[in-house]
Design a protein around this ligand. Structure first.
Ligand code: IMP
Length: 429
């Protein structure tokens, strides 16, 4: 702090929700800057579990201002549902602020997401089906509807009448039907404007003022580096930039505003959806990560593909984000493994490759070169807090060796170690 970014270092689902919540203890403001309700951030507070998709993770903390920045695409149905859920559990959303420049996910985006997947001839991306790709495409094509438009009936009418005929034509070609007339959609959007008007504002001004005042601002990433539209495993990626650079455009702050950039790194690797994953395991270790780690999507419930830690991914993330520290999560899931493997290179067509390549076909042929490290004997769940109280030095020796190995290879220090789901099951070094 004062400003810190929390970024996924792999394919998302690294435990960013938990780490953001942990860091949010010191935050005055939590800012989402990209992605939409495709994100799934799980937070455990005591016995309560919150699965957030669109609301920033600071919403479960009292007194935090939670900002949905202009780079986020807002799913109003998700937003409605999530606000109702958190309010029903005694949390207030009064501190919520939504950028007037944020684009909105409309029904045609959801329909077109499904249609595009169907027309990909079997080579689906495996999207979350939330309309993410079509909504970002429309934003870039200047055919989006923005949160601020909901507050100006004349502007909204003009935008709908410009955009909707084009979308209807595209839907006709792709054989999908919108069960809503122009007037129904117009009234629905105006009603949302009335409901959310008090939250909609120029959030860039808000965030910059907070930074000027020396407040602690946390930028909460969604998805992960390997799902970044430019630097991820294209085309098996999400439709936004997920790396730290996206904070500037997606929250409206200058590049010098970031003090710390924390990469959240799961101790092993997972991904959901299709696409290359060189260290994927289809054996009992992979099964163990799936079942012990509870590796089922927060947003779609799909089982995640699981594998060993990949240092090419780690290097890619450290470089692209300019990481200044790591939070390593889910180390408890690896308890009692006798040996642990870490990929340090790939063999591709007889060549040794040490940087993560762009070509998905090459990646499919990549054979990981592994180094092996000793595993650690685990602890009983009731002993976890004893270890936490003992701090970093109380962690098993082999676990520390694993963490220090990651540090040596990446040149990024590990500052937070997560050894359980709960907020308190975390060691700060
Ligand atoms: P989309 O973001 O729905 O377009 O999906 C594109 C790809 O990103 C798919 O492989 C999804 O499974 C993946 N994806 C999107 N959001 C997340 C996330 O929050 N965690 C993990 N994977 C995600």
């Amino acid at each position: 702090m004062p400003s810190i970014a929390v970024i996924g270092a792999q394919w998302g689902d690294e435990g960013k929700g938990k780490i953001t919540d942990y860091e949010a203890e010191r935050a005055d403001m939590v800012v989402r800057y990209q992605g939409g309700s495709n994100a799934g951030h799980t937070i455990k507070v005591g016995d309560e579990v919150f699965a957030l998709h669109i609301l920033p993770s600071g919403i479960v903390r009292k007194g935090v201002v939670n900002v949905i920045g202009n780079g986020v695409i807002v799913d109003l149905i998700s937003l409605d549902r999530e606000i109702a859920e958190v309010e029903a559990r005694g949390r207030s959303v009064e501190g919520l602020r939504i950028s007037d420049r944020a684009n909105i996910i409309l029904n045609w985006h959801r329909l077109l997401d499904g249609a595009e997947e169907r027309f990909r001839g079997g080579r689906t991306v495996g999207t979350t089906g939330k309309g993410i790709g079509p909504c970002y495409s429309d934003k870039i094509a200047r055919s989006g509807i923005r949160m601020g438009d909901l507050l100006d009936p004349a502007l909204l009418a003009e935008r709908l009448d410009t955009v909707m005929p084009m979308k209807l034509k595209v839907m006709e070609v792709l054989n999908v039907r919108l069960a809503q007339t122009r007037d129904e959609l117009y009234s629905e959007l105006l009603a949302y404007g009335k409901r959310y008007g008090r939250y909609i504002t120029d959030t860039s001004v808000l965030v910059n003022e907070a930074l000027d005042e020396g407040k602690n601002v946390l930028f909460e990433g969604a998805q992960g580096t390997m799902l970044d539209i430019d630097h991820g495993t294209y085309p098996y990626v999400t439709s936004s930039n997920c790396i730290a650079g996206a904070i500037c455009t997606g929250a409206g702050v200058g590049p010098k505003r970031l003090d710390e950039i924390m990469g959240v790194l799961k101790a092993y690797t997972t991904r959901v959806g299709a696409g290359p994953f060189p260290t994927e395991l289809r054996d009992e270790v992979g099964e163990r990560f799936l079942n012990v780690g509870g590796e089922f999507g927060t947003t779609t419930g799909r089982p995640r593909r699981c594998g060993w830690l990949d240092l090419l991914v780690v290097e890619h993330a450290a470089r692209l984000n300019g990481l200044t520290q790591f939070a390593v999560t889910k180390l408890d899931v690896m308890n009692d493994l006798r040996r642990i493997k870490v990929a340090v290179a790939y063999e591709i067509d007889g060549r040794t490759v040490k940087r993560f390549p762009a070509n998905p076909k090459m990646l499919e042929r990549a054979v990981p070169v592994y180094e092996e490290l000793d595993g650690w004997a685990g602890w009983r769940p009731e002993e976890t807090m004893e270890i936490v109280r003992g701090g970093y030095d109380a962690l098993p020796r082999e676990m520390r060796a694993y963490l220090e190995y990651i540090e040596r290879c990446s040149k990024v220090p590990v500052r937070i170690v997560s050894i359980g789901k709960g907020r308190e099951e975390t060691v700060r070094r």
